[in-house]
Design a protein around this ligand. Sequence first.
Ligand SMILES: Nc1ncnc2c1ncn2[C@@H]1O[C@H](COP(=O)(O)OP(=O)(O)OP(=O)(O)O)[C@@H](O)[C@H]1O
Ligand SMILES: [Mg+2]
Length: 270
Amino acid sequence: MTSRYTAAKDVFVDSIDINDYIELNSAVTAYQQLQHSMDKPLKMILLFGRPGTGKSILLNRIANKLKYQKEIYYFDTPAINEKEFFHKLFKVLTKKDLPKNTEVNFSALVDFCKDLRGKREIIILLDEAQMYGPEMMEKIRLLSDTRAVKFVVSLHKTDDEDLIAKEHFQSRIWEIIELKNAQKDDLTTYVHKKLLKKNLFEIANSIKEKNMKLIHTFTKGNFRETNKLLFTIFEICEYYDKNEPSKINYENLPQRVIEMAALKLGYIDV
Ligand SMILES: Nc1ncnc2c1ncn2[C@@H]1O[C@H](COP(=O)(O)OP(=O)(O)OP(=O)(O)O)[C@@H](O)[C@H]1O
Ligand SMILES: [Mg+2]
């Protein structure tokens, strides 16, 4: 027998699928800021935020929404090496493939871009930019100086390292947009809409305000942490549904189940 909670659990598998994108107040603001900045004559824009705040999904969303209006490209996890990155960039800029074992002539590429100025306006969304080294960032900057290519650089912020402070990011970023963890209301919308999109109305309704308060306390409004917690909550529900259905309350999610999940994930110390 499959449990109704199996589907609910699957809703919270961490993934970047723009079909699952949810309009949240915080994301709408960041989205508009980003779009606004992209229309300004800026060479680089920084999208900044802690892991799991929704940077990748926002970049994907923007690339998809603007694909018919702008020449916009999303670059996901950085290529393993510089050569691969410039091959990819070469292809995007020249619309031609380079044979596998040839190196991109960088200064020729810069000249090519200078020629494009005023003819094409290319936007490149660079996700996970903390993985690009100083030399690559320097080259990216040189390309942006031609003003034919604009870069949106996405960086994640960690406690032990202030990446913006790094010299190669500092001097060249003209506008900064920060994504933050969600407030309780936005997080509630997120959880409910994710479930409703999959027609899981009853389960969505079983998550009450006090549940969301507790969930928000544990996850601090981080989307990735919330995904993990919700997945674990429904995993526990699924177990009871299959093995001890008498113990399940389908109308109200018990706070105890949230605590059990939090314990399992190490949010609570024993
Ligand atoms: N507005 C949203 N609509 C739907 N899902 C979202 C939204 N914002 C965040 N998420 C979900 O939250 C999770 C984390 O988001 P994402 O991977 O974009 O974070 P990130 O900031 O890129 O993290 P990292 O710095 O680790 O790369 C993903 O599963 C994503 O689908
Ligand atoms: Mg990401």
